[in-house]
Design a protein. Structure first.
Length: 262
């Protein structure tokens, strides 16, 4: 099932069953479950209020091929900003909890231009992270990634940076905020190159901020992602990342706390 089909089902309030093709180990891919929850939350907010910040707690694995129930509460809707909570419930248990902040534009004397994106090799010169059934996560059959920064996971080579180019393999109708949310979580945790062999790792919490006004993006545009490790130890890692358009315009800022069992 294509990503756009899942989004439509969530937006219309239909029963959503995330297929195993969007899996990541024993759970559904975190980017897709966060994006679907966002889509439901956004449908409850007054028009003209864009997503500014999204805080996600991955409480437990959202199981593939099991109906996901979305629970959304509009906490407050002020003159310009709206605060919304969203949850995914399966088998009567919360599996994901979100807090989203939406806000309309307002006049301000503060105008600071974002720094330009990092320099990276052209997409065609960057090695691909291929989809290999049983080896790479199932969701990578839907999202293509080209390595531009750092070392490969489980290479034991370490380093502080990881990232590169990314896009959906099936071109969407448009690159919406929901698509950006999914893409922003596609890359493996940036601490994995420090491991010499495969070991489980997953996001514990995730904060994403969408920058507005957002650059106009083409549906088939490659986006650039670069994550930096701030610190890691005692089974946890802390990273921050940026997402830019192909022309180097800032789109989003990301921060994650990651658990690693190795």
């Amino acid at each position: 099932m294509r990503f756009d089909e899942l989004l439509t089902g969530a937006r219309l309030g239909l029963e959503v069953v995330i297929p195993a093709s969007w899996g990541q180990g024993r759970a559904s891919f975190g980017g897709v479950v966060a994006a679907l929850t966002y889509e439901v939350m956004a449908s409850k907010v007054a028009s003209g209020r864009a997503l500014r910040a999204l805080q996600v707690s991955f409480v437990g694995p959202v199981e593939p091929d099991v109906p996901a129930v979305f629970e959304v509460e509009l906490l407050r809707e002020g003159k310009a900003a709206s605060q919304v909570t969203g949850r995914i419930v399966q088998n009567g248990e919360p599996r994901l909890v979100c807090l989203a902040s939406f806000g309309g534009d307002r006049e301000s004397a503060v105008q600071v231009t974002a720094l330009p994106g990092p320099t990276a090799k052209p997409v065609e010169e960057c090695p691909e992270l291929p989809y290999i059934k049983g080896v790479t996560p199932e969701f990578t059959q839907h999202i293509e990634m080209r390595w531009a920064f750092g070392n490969m996971p489980f290479s034991g080579k370490g380093g502080r940076e990881m990232g590169g180019w990314m896009q959906f393999r099936d071109e969407p109708e448009a690159l919406t905020d929901a698509h950006i949310i999914a893409l922003a979580d596609a890359w493996p945790p940036a601490i994995l190159p420090h491991l010499k062999g495969p070991a489980p790792a997953s996001s514990l919490s995730w904060n994403l901020e969408i920058v507005h006004p957002r650059p106009v993006l083409k549906p088939d545009e490659w986006l650039l992602y670069r994550a930096t490790v701030d610190q890691a130890g005692s089974g946890y890692g802390h990273t921050h990342a940026g997402i830019w358009s192909a022309s180097g315009e800032l789109i989003a800022l990301s921060r994650q706390a990651v658990t690693v069992f190795g």
